[in-house]
Design a protein around this ligand. Sequence first.
Ligand code: NI
Length: 244
Amino acid sequence: MTPSTSLSVHQLGFFEHNGFLWLDAITTPDEVAELRVIYDGLFDSSAGRDEGSRYELGEHLPQLIEPSRYAPELQETQYVANARAIATQLFGDDLEPEFGEHMIYKPPRVGSETPWHQDQAYHDPGLRYRNVNFWLPLDDATVESGCMQFVPGSHRLAVVPHRHVGDDPNMDALEVDTDAFDRDAVACPIPAGGCTMHASYTLHYAGPNRSETPRRAYILVFRATAVPLDTPIDAYWQRESHVS
Ligand code: NI
């Protein structure tokens, strides 16, 4: 598939300065319609259950890791081609060929929030990750339905303290252990088929789905080679006992 979009110099500068960006379209309306069918088929099936790649991120927040294992046609989309092209603009030769993918479903009215976090808080504390996440909604994403929100410039911060959600080490989800950032957040409502992008250190959040429509999100993660840190991050929340 040939890429059909690229970032302008202005957009590249915005991403570098703010650590996030949004696009009104990263794929076509026709492909969005096709992706909805694939997405619903996967969540209606038992895909990923036996392999442990299908689980609840939180209450009413099912996630499917590596959806293209179950629907290989997902590797050949305009979305993937465009995201790869944009990641190449950002990272050049440092871009790794493999990319990550997952789908998160927030059902109408009950889909819970994704708390404030930096993705790096989940990662190997001995490495500085240089990922770019593409977050594509298959439904119009509004503040009410749980669109993405970001703290501009937070990608230049160190990793801030995190804790397991609810201070429960059995919860996989992490949240920032301070409330100093939310007030500076920028919400990014985007139409179905648009996307947001963010970096590994960018503080981000998605609200609960209080709307009457589902919020189906399909995320791709492209990576530049991670850099070993002389002094590892003190990710003490990763050392807390984890029963499961
Ligand atoms: Ni995240």
